[in-house]
Design a protein around this ligand. Structure first.
Ligand code: SF4
Ligand code: FES
Length: 358
């Protein structure tokens, strides 16, 4: 299977984060500071990524502002000619720091928001973060940078959907991504507490549709479905090893941000192996590329060009087989697993907050 060049790279600079969100999709075992790549290693990898064809670099984490060398890495990436995006909680973003990052070539900021009001948002974040986010949005708008607001939706904030949209408008967001929780990493531990109800999802639909129409040309509204409730899976990553790669804080190269969950996958490290070799030739990137790996169910299905057989991480986490048809699919022999999860009464237990603080 031949592959095209990658378009985007997510550089997870650190797993350290000031927030404790229960829906965190980072792995259960977070890497500590001493496992992180150093500045020169990152610069070398970013250069290799650009040579490979990467056009967009998303600096992410954890909280990328926790890395003192973030300005240097942004400058290096911008000088390579890539579009630079910062994915942040906004905590630690001061006027001085932001101005410096913009001077060095930052092009776009994605700011996470947990809910429509401070009380709910701080409860979900596990810390007093909401007022920092309002201040960060104001700073970002002052610099003239495009702002995306990212909100992870779940049972504890779905009822605030209209308020969240209003808040993103107030913040002056150019784009609002409303993404229902995906159950990987830490989020899987909280699945019972996070899973929205069918009623919440039904109520959300007209609210989102009206906002998309009303805000056309002003704020782009993207809604990512809660796929357990769907009949067909999402086209995860637009296909495995097709467009994107992620590099974890220690240099592990992942075909998707959650791919570390697939225990049968042999992952390579960009500090040890050239990125070109990993993208085109590695076992992990070729494992689910194209269609050869698919089960007969997917290989004989007309939708395989639309959803690529669904999500590999979800398939592994629910069935133990990364090559299985995504169990969300109604044609999957494992769909009963998803129906069982949906049909099991949910306890009103407290969230297990992400931690410990590092
Ligand atoms: Fe997608 Fe496979 Fe289901 Fe067809 S059978 S809809 S390709 S997951
Ligand atoms: Fe990894 Fe879908 S989250 S392939």
């Amino acid at each position: 299977m031949t592959a095209d060049a990658p378009l985007g790279l997510t550089a997870e600079l650190t797993h350290r984060c000031p927030l404790h969100c229960p829906y965190c999709s980072n792995p259960l075992e977070l890497l500590t500071r001493d496992a992180e790549l150093n500045t020169e290693q990152w610069k070398d990898i970013l250069t290799q990524a650009r040579e490979l064809g990467v056009l967009q670099v998303h600096f992410s984490g954890g909280e990328p502002l926790g890395r003192p060398d973030l300005p240097e890495l942004i400058e290096h990436t911008a000088n390579l000619g890539a579009y630079v995006n910062l994915v942040t909680s906004g905590l630690g973003l001061t006027e001085e720091r932001l101005t410096d990052l913009v001077d060095r070539g930052l092009s776009h900021v994605q700011l996470s928001v947990q809910a429509a009001d401070a009380e709910r948002a701080n409860k979900i974040a596990g810390t007093r973060a909401h007022h920092h986010k309002l201040a960060a949005a104001e700073l970002i708008k002052q610099t003239g940078l495009p702002l995306s607001v990212n909100v992870v939706l779940h049972r504890a904030n779905h009822d605030q959907l209209a308020g969240i949209i209003a808040l993103a408008e107030q913040m002056g967001a150019d784009r609002l991504e409303l993404a229902n929780t995906q159950y990987y990493g830490w989020a899987l531990r909280n699945r019972d507490q996070l899973m929205p109800t069918r009623e919440q999802l039904a109520a959300a639909e007209p609210v989102v549709r009206a906002a998309i129409d009303r805000l056309k040309g002003q704020m782009q509204v993207i809604y990512v479905i809660a796929d357990y409730y769907e009949e067909y899976p999402k086209p995860c990553m637009y296909g495995w090893g097709a467009r994107q790669l992620t590099i974890a804080p220690d240099g592990t190269v992942l075909p998707c941000p959650a791919a570390g969950a697939i225990e049968t996958l042999n992952l390579d490290n960009a500090a040890l192996t050239p990125l070109h070799q990993i993208w085109y030739g590695s076992e992990s990137f070729n494992a689910y590329r194209g269609e050869d790996w698919m089960s007969d169910t997917c290989r004989s299905c007309d939708r395989r060009g639309l959803d690529f057989g669904g999500c590999r991480c979800q398939a592994f986490l629910l069935t133990g087989d990364g090559a299985a048809t995504d169990p969300v699919c109604k044609k999957s022999p494992d769909r009963a697993l998803v129906d069982l999860i949906l049909g099991t009464p949910k306890k009103q237990a407290e969230f297990l907050m992400r931690g410990p603080r590092r």
